[in-house]
Design a protein around this ligand. Sequence first.
Ligand code: FMN
Length: 319
Amino acid sequence: MTNPALSNDDLAMLATDFCGLNFQTPLSLLSGCVGFGEEYTRVKGYSNRDVGAVCLKGTTLEPRLGNKPHRVYETPMGMLNAIGLQNPGARHVVDEILPTLDFNETRFIANLSGSTIEEYAEVARIFDDSPIDAMEINISCPNVKEGGVAFGNDPDMSARVVAACRKVTKKPIITKLSPNQTDIAENARRCIEAGTDGFAVINTLMGMAIDIEDRSPIIGNNQGGLSGPAIKPIALLKVHQVYQVCRGHGIPIIGQGGVTTAEDAIEFLIAGATSVGVGTALFYDPLVCKKINAGIVEYLKRHDMSTVSQLSGSLQLNT
Ligand SMILES: Cc1cc2nc3c(=O)[nH]c(=O)nc-3n(C[C@H](O)[C@H](O)[C@H](O)COP(=O)(O)O)c2cc1C
C-alpha cells in the first residue's frame, strides 16, 4: 500500500480534477523544491502517489548555470532564494529526464521560463512534443534580470507570453502569477483572455538579508524570493482575489505560499484553490504531504463532506 494512513475511500475523497487532469490528491509539489521529480522519489517513505502533481524545476531554452552563492538563506518563518534558474535546457529535460519519470504515479508539470516571448514559445513547443501533462508558465520569477520581473508585473506582457504559448500547445497552460505587482486580479483577467487554463498563485515575494559585518547582501544576487510560512497570509489573499476572477470561468488555481500543515492547505482550498502547492516545507519535512493528506481527510469527515471539491471556494466573507 502506498499510503498506509489512508483507505481507498479516503483517497477517493481527495481525488480532484485540475484542468481535465486527474489529481489523486489536491497537493502539488512546487517548482524548484523537488528538482526534476526523479531525485525526490529517493526519499525513504515518499511516494509520488501522495500528490496530485509534481512541478518540475524552471526550464529555459538553453542550459543555465544559475546565480553565484549564496543562493538560499533561512529567514524567520521562511527562506530567501535566488537560484537563477539553474537547469540543463528544455531539450535535455525532454530527451533525458522525462523518460526516467513514471507517469503512472502522478501528473508531471513542466515549469517554463524565458528572457523573451519567443523563448517561452520555443520552450512550450519543445514540451508540447513530450509526455508532459501540463505546462506552468513562470512569468513571475524574480531572479532573472533579463525579463522575469517585467513579464509578470505587466498584464499586457503577461498576456502576450500566455498567447504565444497558447499558439503552440493544446496541453493545459497554468500561469504562475507574481505577488510583486499592483493588481493581480487584472493580470489574471488578461491571462484568461489570452488562453490560460489555470493559475498558480503565488510565486515568491522579493526580499533581502544583510551581513552586518560585511555590510553586503547575503544572497549572491543581492535580492531573492521569500517563501515559506511568512508569506502565507499574503498568498491567501492573492488566491482569494484571483479566485473572484476565475470562478465564473471554471479556471482552477494551485494555491501556494507557506503551506506546512493540513490546516494551511484547507485555508487555501476554502479561499478558492483547487490544488495546494507545497514547496519550502519539503526542505525540512520531505514527508509532510502524507500528514497534510490525512489532515484534509479528517477535516472533510468532521464536516460531513465527501470530496475535497466541496471545500474549494467555500469561503463565506464577513458582511
Ligand atoms: C529554492 C527554490 C527554488 C524555486 N524555483 C522556482 C522555479 O524554478 N520556478 C518557479 O516557478 N518557482 C520557483 N520557486 C517558487 C516555488 O515554486 C513556490 O511558488 C514558492 O516557494 C511559494 O511556495 P512555498 O512557500 O511553499 O515554498 C522556487 C522556490 C524555492 C524555495
